[in-house]
Design a protein around this ligand. Structure first.
Ligand code: SAM
Length: 213
């Protein structure tokens, strides 16, 4: 688990390229500059870790493109101490970005293999989530609600109701909505039944899958 000067240098170039693409949140850029993305990847892809691209991880899933991670995180407007729920733990990279920014992080993953691997790996790097859960993200995490922010890292065919209900008033839900291509959508909860909706362009994610059990 080495993080060399070469890795650090490549990471700074990655931060610059994300900045050039329009990301301005200094805390997001700082987190991406600190986190050794190469350690989250399978050995065959390590040499490409600092390209701004998604790559395959276990269980036919992907580690998202760094720009996409930065874009979603920027929309979430994370503040230190915020209680954040992530749907789709995957490699744990997005989780590490949120923890690095001071979030109290809860994350759900439905693939057992990834859940087990990432639950062991994140603490080894010093990233401690409040709770990593093996389960169905469509249901959210009722027992820990409400959240300041919820981020969905897979393409959702529709917006799951429980996620809307588990937001604090003033809370933000960032979710890519659609089948083959998704629209990055931000919901801000304005009141008990009142949500503001903003759309932020097209992205392509692996699908948010239904409950396996
Ligand atoms: N956040 C991840 C990262 O940083 O590596 C990206 C993961 S990948 C783009 C999407 C993840 O969502 C996959 O790990 C997949 O298994 C998971 N997923 C798909 N459907 C899910 C569901 N219903 N509940 C929870 N996780 C789900």
């Amino acid at each position: 688990m080495k993080d060399t000067f070469k890795h650090k240098g490549l990471r700074q170039q990655l931060v610059k390229s994300i900045k050039d693409k329009g990301i301005t949140d200094a805390n997001v850029l700082n987190a991406i500059g600190k986190i050794p993305r190469h350690l989250f990847m399978d050995s065959g892809f390590i040499d490409h870790a600092y390209q701004d691209k998604p790559f395959p991880i276990a269980a036919d899933q992907t580690i998202s493109q760094p720009y996409t991670v930065a874009f979603q995180t920027e929309l979430l407007e994370v503040k230190k101490g915020d209680k954040i729920l992530e749907i789709g733990t995957g490699s744990g990279y997005q989780a590490a970005v949120l923890i690095e920014m001071g979030a109290k992080l809860y994350s759900i993953e439905r693939q057992k293999e990834l859940f087990k691997k990432t639950s062991k790996f994140l603490p080894k790097l010093g990233y401690r989530a409040k709770k990593l859960v093996f389960g169905d993200g469509y249901k959210g995490l009722e027992e820990e609600a409400p959240f300041d922010g919820i981020i969905v890292t897979a393409g959702a065919p529709f917006v799951p109701k429980p996620l809307m209900n588990q937001l604090k008033i003033g809370g933000r839900l960032v979710i890519p909505v659609g089948d083959d291509i998704q629209t990055m959508t931000l919901f801000i909860r304005k009141g008990e039944k009142e949500f503001e909706k903003h759309e932020h362009g097209s992205f392509r994610f692996v699908p948010l899958l239904g409950d396996k059990n």
